[in-house]
Ligand binder design. Structure first.
Ligand SMILES: *[C@@H]1O[C@H](CO)[C@@H](O)[C@H](O)[C@H]1NC(C)=O
Ligand SMILES: *[C@@H]1O[C@H](CO)[C@@H](O)[C@H](O)[C@H]1NC(C)=O
Ligand SMILES: *[C@@H]1O[C@H](CO)[C@@H](O)[C@H](O)[C@H]1NC(C)=O
Length: 437
């Protein structure tokens, strides 16, 4: 019964396949991004997000779909999403030579910085498991196909859903006490989740890779060393942050927009307790939430995948809405090919800032980088950008190959691309088709 229903559903989805995989990847990425941009700072979220329309571009096949598991003792542990529901994850068992290896990938989705914006999240998958898709596609770094994911295809894989609004680093002390129910349990979610994964086999891991994209990439860096500490001493443990290297830069109006935003997040959910003590002792906690500071204190090997023209950072750190009241940057922010020469020069300055922020890290013997010159954001969980014939490459290596070389110590692990527009392999995002004007 169930099988024939699934078949029917698949057959009716046949028209989807007419679109090339690349188009799907880009469209899915664009849609995902738009959804989470809406969630980030703006208040314009629809009242009742309908989970059935949360991903209209989803080109999944049944084989790639993995069910949602709600954390078992969430209630008892007080490990709860913003709305008080149980957090979730998707688990696929490893096989063959990967049976004792584990890859974790933390979902992204920005942060909330006020009671109001966190309350809005309660009615989205980023604040409540009530709205999460019950099955998600495992692709890119989560794919089980050796052709799409040469080094990790047969590992145990976990996609961790993000529903606390503060990169798994919030603490309950500042929860509103006036009756408006809002839970700040990021750190508790992280701890309960790790215990559950340890109990289903992670505690016997031979190799592990903690990864995540965007706010999940930041969570990866925050929790990298404590993850290492949970696993057997003789295991190999490393961390991969994708599009999580958020820069502590001024915007084009010379305002500290991002630092101010992070300050609000840190204060609202009391993040300082989850940040490195040595940093918090010497600097204001908001500074300690920036990866440039975090990586100074991480001793576990880290790999950073980040585009030098990360569109999320360009749209929110460098040129936030408020910094461009006349819309001078509007077209450029939608498509890098629309930028005029003086705008490109400013973007090159942003790239130089990123390389500068990475200069110490570049000396690390155990660290790796893949800083490509593309206008994109997350690149590891899409097969198209992770490892495919049309993937972005540096020195002819895909991201998957570069990460694999680093993980297994096979080769040079520091890849830095030449500046835009030199790399013809980029999949630059084009948001023009999604904007009204
Ligand atoms: C509780 O306080 C917050 C501000 O701290 C406010 O936004 C919210 O509306 C209040 N809720 C109730 C139920 O009074
Ligand atoms: C940013 O800077 C401009 C001019 O330097 C100032 O007028 C504005 O109020 C500042 N704040 C924001 C949020 O843009
Ligand atoms: C780039 O790598 C591909 C395989 O991934 C190989 O077929 C091709 O010859 C390489 N090109 C160059 C210029 O090395």
């Amino acid at each position: 019964m169930a099988g024939s229903t699934a078949n029917l559903r698949l057959r009716s989805l046949g028209w989807w396949r007419k679109w090339a995989r690349k188009d799907w990847a880009i469209a899915t990425l664009a849609f995902t991004v738009i959804v989470f941009l809406l969630t980030l700072i703006s208040n314009s979220l629809p009242d009742e997000p309908d989970s059935s329309v949360s991903n209209p571009f989803d080109p999944t096949t049944a084989a790639d779909l993995v069910d949602l598991t709600l954390l078992h003792d969430a209630e008892r542990r007080g490990a709860l999403c913003l709305d008080g529901s149980a957090p979730g994850y998707h688990f696929r068992k490893g096989f063959g030579s990967g049976a004792k290896n584990w890859l974790l990938h933390i979902e992204g989705g920005g942060w909330c910085n006020t009671i109001e914006s966190c309350s809005l999240r309660k009615r989205t998958p980023l604040g409540s498991s009530k709205y999460m898709d019950r099955r998600v596609q495992f692709s890119g770094i989560l794919s089980s196909q050796p052709s799409e994911n040469p080094d990790f295809f047969n590992w145990n894989k976990v996609k961790i859903r993000y529903c606390d609004g503060a990169s798994f680093a919030g603490h309950p002390e500042n929860e509103p006490k006036n009756g408006s129910k809002l839970y700040f349990r990021g750190q508790l979610i992280w701890e309960a989740l790790m215990d559950e994964l340890l109990s289903i086999g992670l505690s016997k891991a031979k190799r592990a890779l903690l990864s995540g994209c965007s706010a999940g990439g930041l969570a990866t860096l925050i929790h990298c060393d404590d993850f290492r500490g949970l696993l057997p001493r003789d295991s190999t443990v490393k961390c991969l942050a994708d599009a999580g290297f958020f820069l502590d830069e001024k915007d084009v109006n010379k305002n500290w927009t991002m630092r101010t935003f992070y300050r609000d997040v840190v204060v609202l959910q009391d993040l300082a307790k989850s940040l490195h003590k040595d940093c918090v002792a010497r600097k204001e906690p908001a500074k300690c939430l920036f990866p440039e500071e975090i990586i100074k204190h991480v001793s576990t090997p880290v790999f950073l995948v980040n585009p030098a023209y990360d569109f999320w950072q360009i749209q929110h750190i460098l040129i936030p809405e408020a910094s461009d009241p006349h819309g001078y940057w509007k077209k450029c922010k939608l498509n890098i090919y629309n930028c005029n020469p003086s705008q490109i020069e400013i973007l090159q300055g942003f790239r130089r800032s990123m390389l500068n922020a990475l200069s110490e890290f570049q000396k690390s013997k155990v660290g790796g980088t893949f800083i490509n010159s593309c206008f994109i954001h997350c690149q590891t969980w899409f097969s198209e950008t992770w490892h495919s014939p049309s993937s972005p490459r540096i020195n002819n290596k895909t991201i998957a190959e570069s990460v694999g070389d680093w993980y297994f110590n096979q080769n040079v692990a520091k890849q830095i691309d030449c500046p835009f527009p030199c790399n013809p392999t980029c999949n630059h995002m084009n948001f023009t088709q999604f904007s009204r004007g």
